[in-house]
Design a binder for this molecule. Structure first.
Ligand code: HEC
Length: 149
């Protein structure tokens, strides 16, 4: 190996090592944060979101009635919502445009509307983040790429 090459290889190694050290705390603390967030999200679902839905939406969107072919009663857990994000994107649309609940029905307070919208947005964001992948494995893959140089 020429000296020039040697210097280049060691510079690349140092670069990779610095990058790995920088990434490591981020990669290892991330799952803990996700866990904490999930439990908050779960608690808010039971305490706030489900009661709002059953007061203002399930009257028409029950498993039995399914107005607009939409059954919101079957969503009894956060996981069930995360499995059907396309339904909840529709719900967000309807809330944003003010079409649901229909004008003729009992209306939510501005506060309830805000809480419901915010919770759905956050839950959909979590799914999007989870699908984007954890940065941990990416770091490891980059490290092993180094073996080929
Ligand atoms: C008085 C009955 C009634 C209530 C209460 C009601 N809806 Fe609806 N909803 C309907 C009917 C009827 C349709 C189908 C016709 C339409 O699209 O206007 C519908 C359609 C929908 C749709 C489907 C729209 C699409 O994409 O096709 C969504 C989402 C929805 N409602 C969400 C909600 C949410 C969220 C609430 C509570 C905040 C709610 N609805 C409360 C009667 C109701």
């Amino acid at each position: 190996m020429t000296i020039r090459k040697r210097v280049m290889v060691s510079m690349i190694s140092i670069g990779v090592a610095v990058f790995a050290v920088w990434c490591w705390p981020h990669a290892t603390t991330r799952p803990v944060l996700a866990e904490e967030k999930r439990s908050g999200n779960e608690a808010a679902f039971e305490k706030t979101v489900r009661p709002i839905l059953s007061d203002y939406c399930v009257t028409c969107h029950s498993t039995e009635k399914q107005k607009g072919e939409l059954d919101l009663e079957r969503f009894t857990t956060v996981a069930s919502i995360k499995n059907k994000t396309e339904v909840w994107e529709h719900v967000l649309d309807q809330l944003a445009t003010g079409e649901m609940p229909p004008k003729s029905s009992k209306q939510m307070s501005a506060d309830q509307q805000k809480q419901l919208t915010k919770w759905i947005q956050e839950t959909l964001n979590e799914v999007a983040l989870a699908n984007a992948g954890d940065p941990g494995p990416v770091v490891l893959r980059r490290l092993s790429n180094h073996e080929y140089t």
